[in-house]
Design a protein around this ligand. Sequence first.
Ligand SMILES: [Zn+2]
Length: 285
Amino acid sequence: MSNPQNKNIIILKKTKLGEMDLILSMLDDEGNQIRGVAKAARKPGNKRYGAKIEPFTIASAQIYKGKTLDNITQIKAIETNAKLRDDYVKSAYCYLACEFVDKVSSLTSISTTSFEMLSAYFSLMHETNDDSATLLTAAFILKLSSILGFMPLLKACSICGKEFSCLDELDTKVALYFDIVAGGLVCQQCHDKWVDLQNESDDERLARLRMSNPDTQNLPIKYNMKTMSQSFASWINSLIHSTFSQLVESSCDISNNLLHFSVMWASEHFGINLKSYVYLKEIIQ
Ligand SMILES: [Zn+2]
């Protein structure tokens, strides 16, 4: 057996293994996912682990590297976040955040700040009401997506690159278009070209593709532009750039829509399906 490593970890998920064991999915403080076995954790009367191996727990763990799964031999809780698990609404939010981290960290190492971000998220979730819990969770998903290279583009057209004037100065009467696939706001011109493409006949499409007009080559049909209000776009900007504490202080009457947007954004760009969101929606609506 190799030498053990001591790591600070956050428990994201636990899964049953065999008769007595558990597999813990964890995020370490370097942003890597660790999947480790807690042996005999489900054995009746085993008090060795307790709350230390529940989701949302922040702990220091001794881990032996294995071939496919690692082994957890010791675990010492730093913060169990037990109150979050006892509150079924708050726990539904936290499960969504953890499922997101679990799924993206299984694809790639997800930066050292993710550990601090998730810890900060838990600690603020203790204090929040339902509205700010929604906003905080939306912010968590969008912030982490942005750190990992998928930040919604709000300052320029995400198709042609034309810069917009500052978001705050945009005339509220001007319709904004947003496309999740393209990755952000879309200018009026690109939007109008896209609408034309939707309406063209098969013959027209064939003729256009034969001509290879460079103007329309970068407008795939799969785009799905939606109008977006200026205040919604400003809120997306705030979710990414404001601190969690600032967001907890602010009041927002579209937090459910913003959370929906964040989940759709993450699902599209990471190719993941966040099942906890289905459960959360049932609770909060
Ligand atoms: Zn454009």
